[in-house]
Design a protein around this ligand. Structure first.
Ligand code: FES
Length: 559
């Protein structure tokens, strides 16, 4: 019989009996008795950190998960991992997603536990935990801290962070003064929890529920609610059952699970970041998911959920309307309903007692009465992105989805920030803003792709322009923004060859983004091109040397 509980993963002293004896001695010092230690051990990853205000109620959630574990006859062991607060990591939390994934994988593998509960929330935490879960040899179940509640300013409802960008754009354009933007600042994130629009955190929570890696109903309860805590308790309880069964993540993260998740992502008008994250999780789960699958499913699936930035509402509205379960009910006809997740029941059985979207509510729509057409997420190819690029068409300006204009090129996010704030910048609203050296190798792929509208044009009322880059953008952003161009400029991708004034054509209906410069001229430019220098040392060096392209999930090649 294989080892379980505290007899798992003994320290290698060359004497297993001594290793357990020593471990028992330290556990006794911590107050544990023999009976307790014979129970299933559930490790609970706690991502509390003062540098992550989105997680400020995680301690309370941890306590509820522990209660669930104890009530089910298990014993909880809480362990910390790195916490990634989206607005607290330079140059971008994305640079550390793979570090958290690796850390979580190793701590599950090295420490004694029969099952693991991974508690996340803020953008990069859940993808990292899914990546770790995908390669785990014990059962894993995820839960999240839940979204913030909305606030208001002068009677207008406010939420992070689509409204952060909207109000900042108004301030930049001179619509708001210092006092007014200061008032907005203290009202945008009014409670604990993650951004309450369909940004990356909400998207990844919803997608995790759709994958079957979270108990049903877990993606949407607001962070301050009792329902959030009760879901944590149920998660702890279920983790003990999984430890006894046991069902492994690789049994759950199947091709069918990803297909279901892609339908949910498309119907949500979810974050473009989910494309990179799901590709990374699928690669680890050995599921052959490609960019083309996102485009295919998106073409089949209309926009059904009215949440910012694609729509107008917030997560608490989505929750009141029934959340992911009601959305899944709406999509039931195209889902793999025999898929079984951590709940242990086929999806179809779970949905049997869920009512479809009712006439009284318009937050979650039926496929017969969608909010928008299929194609919320589109995958583009063309001479600017031979390996693929992504656009959130549902959050773009319809009149710009087909556009041709002259390029205005920025060599880095810093270059863009400096010049776009210059009121004398020579630019028209027809220009296509091109940002390079912002891909995974060059910069860790920051959320710099939704370049601000040049200050002079913003002041004149221009709200959107075509932007093209190898960067990402926040899931809370909006606009006609082509992202993740692959191969990225730092490894010789065509973005590195663009010059000011070159014609660029975007044609989303045809799924194309092209640089209209002849091959001979591009060949001449390529001979002059020089790769940027890589970071000199540490994690950033390892990352730059081993990170895969965005089209493969931007994981490290050895993971
Ligand atoms: Fe943490 Fe948005 S900043 S979820």
């Amino acid at each position: 019989m294989s080892a379980h509980g505290m007899s798992r993963n003994l320290v290698s002293y060359g004497d297993a009996g001594f290793s357990r004896f020593l471990r028992n001695a330290f556990l006794a010092a911590a107050g544990y008795g023999t009976e307790e230690l014979s129970r299933p051990v559930v490790g609970i990853a706690d991502l509390s950190s003062d540098y992550n205000p989105c997680h400020r109620q995680m301690g309370e959630l941890v306590e509820n998960v522990k209660r669930g574990v104890l009530a089910a006859g298990g014993i909880p062991f809480v362990f910390p991992t790195t916490s990634l607060g989206e607005s607290f990591l330079n140059p971008t939390a994305m640079l550390y997603r793979n570090m958290l994934a690796m850390e979580t994988e190793e701590l599950i593998r090295a420490q004694p536990m029969d099952a693991a509960v991974l508690l996340g929330g803020c953008d990069k935490t859940v993808p990292a935990q899914l990546m770790a879960a995908a390669v785990s040899d014990i059962p894993v179940i995820l839960d999240v801290v839940g979204p913030m509640l909305t606030s208001s300013w002068r009677g207008e409802r406010l939420g992070a962070c689509t409204d952060c960008r909207r109000f900042w754009a108004r301030y930049r354009a001179g619509d708001l003064n210092e006092d007014e933007i200061g008032d907005v600042e203290v009202n945008l994130a009014s409670t604990s929890g993650t951004c309450m629009v369909m940004g990356t955190a909400s998207t990844m929570a919803s997608v995790t529920e759709a994958l079957g890696m979270m108990l049903p109903g877990g993606a949407t309860p607001p962070s301050p609610s009792g329902e959030r805590l009760r879901h944590g308790t149920a998660t702890g309880h279920r983790a003990v059952e999984l430890a006894r069964e046991p069902v492994l993540p690789r049994d759950i993260l199947t091709a069918e699970a990803f297909e279901n998740a892609l339908h949910v992502l498309a119907a949500l008008g979810g974050s473009t970041n989910a494309v990179v994250h799901l590709l990374a999780v699928a690669r680890r789960a050995r599921v052959a998911l490609t960019l083309d699958d996102f485009d295919r499913v998106s073409r089949e699936t209309p926009l059904l959920v009215d949440l910012k930035p694609s729509g107008t509402r917030y997560m608490e509205d989505f929750h009141r309307a029934g959340g992911v379960r009601v959305l899944l009910k709406s999509l039931e006809a195209v889902l793999h309903i025999d898929h079984v997740g951590v709940a242990g029941r086929p999806l179809g059985e779970q949905l049997a007692d869920v009512a479809p979207p009712a006439g009284w509510q318009d937050v979650i729509r039926t496929t017969g009465n969608p909010l928008g057409p299929p194609g919320a997420l589109a995958v583009l190819r063309g001479s600017l992105a031979p390996g693929g690029a992504v656009i959130k068409a549902s959050a773009a300006s319809p009149e710009l989805l087909t556009h041709e204009g002259p390029a205005l090129v920025f060599d880095s996010p810093e270059d863009a920030a400096r010049r776009l704030a210059d009121p004398d910048l020579d630019v028209s609203e027809d220009h296509v803003l091109v940002l390079r050296n912002a891909g995974p190798v060059a910069a860790g792929m920051p959320e710099a792709g939704s370049l601000p509208i040049p200050k002079r044009l913003a002041a004149a009322g221009v709200r959107d322009m075509v932007r093209v880059s190898d960067a990402r953008m926040s899931g809370t952003s909006y606009g006609t923004v082509v992202l993740h161009c692959t191969p990225e400029s730092a490894v010789g991708g065509p973005l590195g060859l663009v010059r000011d004034g070159d014609r660029v054509r975007l044609d989303v209906p045809a799924r194309r983004v092209d640089l209209l410069v002849d091959a001979e001229e591009l060949g001449r430019r390529r001979e002059l091109w020089r790769a940027p220098e890589l970071p000199v040392r540490g994690w950033r060096r390892l990352y730059a040397e081993t990170v895969l392209p965005a089209s493969l999930g931007a994981d490290l090649d050895f993971l």
